[in-house]
Design a protein around this ligand. Structure first.
Ligand code: ADP
Ligand code: MG
Length: 259
C-alpha cells in the first residue's frame, strides 16, 4: 500500500529553484534512503514532506490526503521529524524533551500513559540512565538518541530522519539504525532517511534515491542504484562496488580526474 506520495514537487528559496519535479512513493513498512552530494536538496525535501516548507508546485499525499489539508496537530501525530543535528538545544531534562514528543496526543496535560510511553522509549533507545540529565550536558551522539526517542514517542506513521547517524560513532550508528529498522518492521510504519554513508544506506534501507541538483538522479533497490556509473556521475568519485552480506559495499577509490 502506498503510504506517502510526493508528486511533482518544486521548491525554491526566494527565486532559487532547489527541488525540481521530485516524485516519490513510499510504502508501509518501507525504509527509503535519500543519498546524494551536499546541497543536493535532501534536507529541503524532508522539510517539505514535514510541511516546514511549502512547495510552490506539486503536492504531498499521506494516505491519499493532501497534507496541506491536514491540521498541524493531525499532521504531527502522523509524521515524526528528526532534523539534522543542531548545537542549540532548549535547556530541559531528557525526560521532558522526550515527553514533548507526546504533545500532539495530549495537549498540555500528560497522563500516566504518556509517562509510561516516554519510559518505554528511553528504554528502547537505551538512554534510561540519562532521563534526569540536562540535554545540553550530553554528547552529540547521546543528544541524537534523545531526538530520535522524541520522534518515536510521538508514535508516527511516517518517520523522517535527516542524517540520524551523522554524530555517532560506529557502534551507535549500528544501534540507532537497528532500532529504526526494527520499529519500521514491527509497527508497520514507513521511514525516509537522508544518509551520507552509502554502505549504511545499502544495509538498512529497502530502496534508495540518489538526489543531485534538486532532482532524482536514480531510484530503486540498492543494487540497481549504487552502481559505479551512478556514483561516479552523482558524486564525481571513482568507486569499486563489492558485495558484502548480500548488499552492495562501496569502496571509494579517488575523485574523478585525480591520480
Ligand atoms: P542537502 O541536505 O542535500 O545537503 P539542502 O536541502 O540542505 O541540501 O540544500 C539544498 C540547496 O538549498 C543548497 O544549495 C543550499 O545552499 C540551499 N539552501 C538550503 N537552505 C536554504 C535557505 N534557508 N535559504 C536559501 N538557500 C538554502
Ligand atoms: Mg542536509
Amino acid at each position: 500500500m502506498v503510504k506517502l506520495k510526493v508528486q511533482d514537487v518544486k521548491f525554491s528559496y526566494a527565486s532559487v529553484p532547489i527541488l525540481k519535479d521530485v516524485c516519490i512513493e513510499l510504502a508501509s513498512s518501507e525504509v527509503l534512503g535519500v543519498v546524494g552530494p551536499n546541497g543536493a536538496g535532501k534536507s529541503t525535501l524532508i522539510r517539505c514532506i514535514d510541511r516546514i516548507l511549502m512547495p510552490q508546485e506539486g503536492c504531498i499525499l499521506l494516505d491519499d490526503l493532501d497534507i496541506k489539508k491536514l491540521r498541524l496537530m493531525e499532521l504531527a501525530k502522523k509524521m515524526g521529524y528528526i532534523p539534522q543535528s543542531t548545537s542549540q538545544v532548549f535547556p530541559a531534562t531528557v525526560f521532558d524533551t522526550v515527553l514533548m514528543g507526546r504533545r500532539p496526543h495530549i495537549g498540555w496535560k500528560s497522563s500516566d500513559v504518556d509517562t509510561e510511553k516516554v519510559l518505554e522509549t528511553l528504554k528502547l533507545m537505551d538512554i534510561e540512565d540519562l532521563a534526569m540529565r540536562d540535554i545540553n550536558e550530553l554528547s552529540g551522539g547521546q543528544q541524537q538518541k534523545v531526538f530520535i526517542a522524541c520522534a518515536l514517542t510521538q508514535e508516527p506513521e511516517v518517520l523522517l530522519l535527516d542524517e540520524p547517524t551523522s554524530n555517532l560513532d560506529i557502534r551507535h550508528q549500528l544501534e540507532v539504525l537497528d532500532i529504526i529498522r526494527k520499529i519500521v518492521n514491527e509497527r508497520g510504519i514507513s521511514a525516509i532517511m537522508a544518509i551520507h554513508d552509502l554502505n549504511l544506506a545499502a544495509r538498512y534501507t529497502d530502496r534508495i534515491i540518489i538526489m543531485n541538483g534538486g532532482t532524482i538522479f536514480a531510484a530503486g533497490e540498492p543494487f540497481s542504484v549504487l552502481t559505479t556509473e551512478n556514483i561516479e556521475q552523482a558524486y564525481g568519485v571513482e568507486v569499486e562496488v563489492n558485495v558484502h552480506g548480500g548488499k552492495p559495499y562501496i569502496v571509494p577509490i579517488r575523485p574523478v580526474g585525480k591520480k
